[in-house]
Structure formats: structure tokens, C-alpha cells
Design a protein around this ligand. Structure first.
Ligand code: ATP
Length: 294
């Protein structure tokens, strides 16, 4: 699993413990509100929806005391753009996301959204504006309805179903004997990997984030479900600033911007055509790996 999923999984595990502890109770905790009010700056304020302009200026960061995991990252993303993060394993793709979602703070430089430093925002409101669709879909013990509603806890049943429709998940759910009331276990046994992805997309659609983080699944999913996933993702990504940790050539080719990372540095940026004509690192990744660019 990716590094940035670790903090999310920790929260998720706490959530599961809580859910078991309060089984049957009416109250449900918003896990994204848990544990994240630590260390907000005194002058931090809540932000609402973003337009989604994201800028990194001279951002450097290290997990350890010395060395740099990210060195002098600079890039600007316009609202609604799709950015593909591409590069070898360990290059720093997840770390960029960790910094944007403030699981870690840069040692130097600034990160702004809509021109406001994210350090001036409360973590809670920042993360409310973000949505994650990850390779390892987080499910908890509960019904399919509850698992989708987790994207936005005050959503009505109708909104849950509408999101599932948008996510191409409604049909498979409706075919289950208990439909939306089907109980899922934490490991989601009984539904396929691809169906888990569709639930995760439904959840994100319900959440309606200004900034979407997408960690493309590498695992093999059958072609029919794969097409459903791609279609649902297109709908989800439309008009939203999206960061994709990209593995699929198709996603990368259609991204507005590709950030090519190598050993913590953004060594090339541009769209697919521009990068190919440079005949640099991206070009060689593309020619050597075809589908393995991420
Ligand atoms: P992959 O495609 O394999 O997920 P990546 O490009 O996403 O790689 P990162 O996960 O951002 O790379 O990791 C960048 C570097 O930081 C790697 O050397 C990694 O080992 C290190 N690293 C990542 N997370 C941590 C952490 N929590 N503590 C210490 N080092 C870390």
C-alpha cells in the first residue's frame, strides 16, 4: 500500500474499533473529523469549497533528519485540471500527496490552494474538500449503503443511490439479494475487487470534493468492470482538480499535466506530446515500459 494511505488506514482502523464498540447505536463518527485538529495554527481558519488551483513553490521535504525526499518542487495546477504523477518507485509521488493533504509539513516552501497557504487552513476543512479513491479500498463492517454514505454522512438514501448510479455501481448492488442492505465485512469478501472500486467511486461522488486524489489500481480487473470504472472515474474527475498516481498510459496521455519525478525531483513537466518531443526521461520511460510509466 502507498505511504499516504497509512495515515488514512490508521484512522480507518480506529473507526472500525469504534464502530464495533458502538454497534447498534445511532451515532456514527465522521472519521475524517477525528484526530486531525492537532496542531492547527492559531490563526487557521475553515475553508469551504475550493476552485481548485494548487501551487507548490520551492517545496522541499524529508521524512528523516537529513537528505531530501522532495527537493524544490514547483508546479501550478489550474482548477479542474488532471495532473498525473509519474516516476519510478520511491520517486516521491505519494509524498507529494502527503504534503498536499498535510499528513506532513514541508521543511521549506509553500503549498497554496486558491492562493491561500494550506497552513492557514484547519486540517479538518482542508480534508473535507479532498476526496480519495485508492487502490486498497477501505471498507468497514456495515451495509453497502453505510459504506457509500461514509463519503458524506448526512447524505440521504436517495443521494446514496444517485451516487451509486453515477458510479456504475447501482446495477450490481441491485442484483444482490439484499441490495443496499448487503452486509460487507472489512475485507469486502463477497464482492469483487472491481466492485470495491466502484463503491469507492460512489463514495467519492457523494463526497463531492474540490480536489480528488486518485491512486490508480494496478491489480487485474476484468475488462467489463474496468470499462465501468473508467467511465465512472471520468464523471468523477470532470471539473475537479485531480491528482492521479498514474499507472495507465491512457490516463497519463489525457492528463493536462504530467509531473515526472525522479529521486524526489520533478525533472520534467508538460503534457504527453510535449514530454515525448523532449526525448528525455519520460520518453525513455514510455518507450521502455509502455504501461509501466507509473
Ligand atoms: P511508489 O510508487 O513505490 O509508491 P512513490 O513515488 O510514491 O513510490 P514515496 O512513497 O513518496 O514514493 O516515497 C519517497 C521516498 O520516501 C522513498 O524513499 C520512501 O522509502 C520514503 N518514505 C516514504 N514514506 C516514508 C515515511 N513515512 N518515513 C520515512 N521514509 C518514507
Amino acid at each position: 500500500a502507498r505511504q499516504f494511505t497509512r495515515p488514512l488506514n490508521d484512522l480507518a482502523n480506529q473507526f472500525n474499533t469504534l464502530l464495533s464498540a458502538i454497534a447498534g447505536a445511532e451515532r456514527v463518527f465522521d472519521i475524517l473529523d477525528m484526530n486531525i485538529e492537532e496542531n492547527d495554527e492559531a490563526d487557521a481558519s475553515d475553508v469551504n469549497a475550493f476552485k481548485g488551483k494548487v501551487e507548490f513553490t520551492n517545496v522541499s521535504f524529508s521524512y528523516e533528519k537529513d537528505g531530501n525526499t522532495i527537493t524544490d518542487a514547483n508546479f501550478l495546477v489550474s482548477p479542474g485540471e488532471t495532473v498525473a504523477l509519474v516516476g519510478p518507485t520511491g520517486a516521491g509521488k505519494s509524498t507529494i500527496i502527503n504534503l498536499l493533504s498535510r499528513f506532513y509539513e514541508p521543511n521549506q516552501g509553500t503549498i497554496t490552494i486558491d492562493g491561500i497557504s494550506i497552513q492557514q487552513m484547519t486540517r479538518k476543512s482542508l480534508r473535507r474538500a479532498m476526496g480519495f479513491v485508492l487502490q486498497d479500498v477501505f471498507l468497514f463492517e456495515g451495509t453497502i449503503r453505510e459504506n457509500i454514505r461514509y463519503g458524506r454522512l448526512n447524505a440521504t438514501d436517495e443521494e446514496v443511490i444517485e451516487a451509486a448510479k453515477q458510479a456504475n455501481a447501482h446495477k450490481f448492488i441491485s442484483r444482490l439479494p439484499n441490495g443496499y442492505d448487503t452486509m460487507l465485512s472489512q475485507d469486502g469478501s463477497g464482492i469483487s475487487q472491481g466492485q470495491k472500486q466502484l463503491l469507492s467511486i460512489a463514495r467519492a461522488i457523494l463526497r463531492d470534493p474540490s480536489i480528488l486524489i486518485l491512486d490508480e489500481a494496478t491489480s487485474n480487473i476484468d475488462t467489463v468492470t474496468e470499462i465501468k470504472i473508467q467511465e465512472a472515474l471520468q464523471r468523477l474527475m470532470k471539473n475537479r482538480t485531480t491528482f492521479v498516481i498514474a499507472h495507465r498510459l491512457n490516463t497519463i496521455q489525457h492528463a493536462n499535466q504530467i509531473l515526472v519525478l525522479q529521486a524526489g525531483k520533478i525533472i520534467e513537466k508538460g503534457n504527453h506530446e510535449t514530454l515525448l518531443t523532449k526525448r528525455g526521461f519520460y520518453f525513455s520511460l514510455y518507450n521502455n515500459g509502455e504501461k509501466e510509466v507509473g
